[in-house]
Design a protein around this ligand. Structure first.
Ligand code: SF4
Length: 295
């Protein structure tokens, strides 16, 4: 079976399980990137009923915001239910900049609180499909599967990594799952994604033609090597981060988290930005970071 057919079979299986477990159609998570464009195309070609959501991270590039709007308009014209999840923290609407002030420390590779708040609650209580692919990172190859069941008790999580695994295991235990996941294109190579989309005449997010190979949050700490590139394309986002860092320093002082106490030479938001983008990074351990963050 070729990869297109395999992905379509996975979507059909996930769709059946979605109705069986949640009595709701499959939820396709759409980021505005090429992988989620492929996922939408395959969902359409599979003939299954589905809904689409997008997590508004508040630090998406304008090109992504417009691309998502355009795609949602096309889908809604075909009668497909689309919705945007906005982030909440402690019961109130939030955004990346507000979170930085509330958390009193910039998000880092080790303390990714932004992902937890801005993205990870999306699709709770549903069977979702994502465009995760093994080719994107070695870590994904080791930790992600075709079907995933995230139970309230992590010990009971089930990750199935091949199509011959018994997918019924995902639906057989009786406790209510927080979220079930299918990654139908997990085994597609990057070139296969581009080729398939090109052959199908799918318009991509304009960020790709600007030289971006991935679409994500501007200034994401997980891809620190791209901070300079991100901020040279989007200098207003840099300004907003610096303003948030200024407010964060005030919040830290008010909370008694003074720089002298934590030995961080931060006098201004610009100092924090320099540290954050790695210009004068100290070699901090996880314990250092959590202590400095006041966790
Ligand atoms: S900035 Fe990076 S770590 Fe934070 S929400 Fe976005 S993708 Fe996740």
């Amino acid at each position: 079976m070729d990869k297109e057919q395999k992905a379509i079979e996975r979507l059909k299986t996930a769709s059946e399980m979605s109705f069986e477990v949640y009595n709701k159609p499959l939820l396709i998570t759409y980021s505005g990137g090429k992988d989620s464009d492929l996922l939408l195309l395959l969902a359409d070609r599979s003939g299954i009923p589905y809904e689409v959501n997008h997590s508004h991270t508040t630090v998406d590039a304008p090109q992504t915001v417009y691309h998502v709007r355009e795609k949602f308009k096309q889908l809604e014209d075909k009668g497909i239910n689309c919705f945007i999840d906005y982030p909440y923290y402690k019961g109130k609407r939030t955004n990346m900049y507000d979170l930085i002030v509330q958390k009193k420390f910039p998000p880092t590779r080790l303390i990714r609180y932004c992902c937890e708040v801005l993205k990870e609650h999306s699709g709770d209580g549903r069977f979702i499909c994502t465009g995760v692919r093994w080719a994107e990172s070695r870590r994904r190859k080791d930790t992600r599967g075709i079907y995933e069941d995230f139970s309230p008790n992590r010990i009971n999580n089930v990750i199935l990594t091949n199509d011959n695994d018994d997918t019924r295991r995902l639906t057989e235990s009786c406790f209510k799952r927080k979220k079930m996941v299918c990654n139908p294109i997990i085994d597609w190579e990057t070139s296969e994604v581009y080729d398939y989309l090109e052959e199908s005449h799918i318009k991509l997010n304009p960020l790709y033609s600007m030289g971006f190979s991935r679409v994500g949050c501007v200034g994401c700490p997980m891809v620190q090597r791209y901070h300079y590139r991100d901020f040279s394309f989007f200098p207003k986002y840099r300004d907003l981060y610096v303003k948030a860092f200024d407010k964060m320093l005030v919040a830290r002082r008010e909370a008694g988290l003074t720089e002298s106490k934590f030995s961080l030479p931060w006098e201004s938001g610009e100092d924090v930005m320099r540290w954050w983008i790695g210009y004068d990074h100290a070699q901090l351990t996880f314990d250092d970071l959590t202590e400095k963050a006041g966790y």
